[in-house]
Design a protein around this ligand. Structure first.
Ligand SMILES: [Zn+2]
Ligand SMILES: [Zn+2]
Length: 167
């Protein structure tokens, strides 16, 4: 290995850097959309496409962040153990067709180019859930939300990055 650029190993830092670039791109697209609306009363299709483009960059950021988490399942990046997918923010609000899926929650706008509900969750652990019937289970935010909707007596305890992996 004489050149760092030739290193075949994909690092967490590299993925986080890509995510940061996607974030900057998304902000630039949103800024362009805001300028378009400031100038045009009805930005029409161009405005709509910019919204779609900005939404796509949010998807890119999520996937890159999840990929970084997959490469580094270290404390604070523990992955939710649930074997089906939810919206990372709204829980069991997904619907889909033809291999695509999206969140039905008003204003969410998240969508995926695959059937997210049928795949294992890849979100980071965010809460410990206790129900009267069971021990504490670590889950991501979306699964915690959906558990709370189904079991109102469940108790959620936020899990900080430092404690996610403690016994
Ligand atoms: Zn949502
Ligand atoms: Zn989850």
């Amino acid at each position: 290995m004489t050149h760092a650029g030739d290193d075949p190993v994909v690092t967490v830092a590299e993925l986080e850097d890509l995510a940061a670039r996607a974030r900057a791109l998304g902000e630039a697209i949103e800024a362009a959309g805001a300028r378009l609306r400031a100038v045009h009363d009805s930005p029409g299709r161009a405005g709509w496409r910019l919204d779609e483009a900005a939404g796509a960059t949010r998807g890119v950021i999520r996937e890159l962040t999840a990929a970084a988490g997959d490469l580094a399942p270290e404390p604070g990046h523990s992955i939710c153990p649930i074997t089906w997918g939810v919206c990372p923010e709204h829980g069991k609000t997904l619907t889909g067709t033809a291999g695509r899926s999206w969140c039905r929650h008003p204003g969410c706008g998240r969508s995926w180019h695959y059937d997210r509900t049928s795949l294992a969750c890849t979100e980071p652990v965010a809460f410990q859930i206790r129900t009267e019937s069971g021990d504490g289970v670590l889950m991501c935010r979306g699964h915690a939300v959906s558990t709370l909707e189904q079991q109102a007596d469940a108790v959620l305890t936020p899990v900080s990055a430092d404690h996610a992996d403690e016994p």
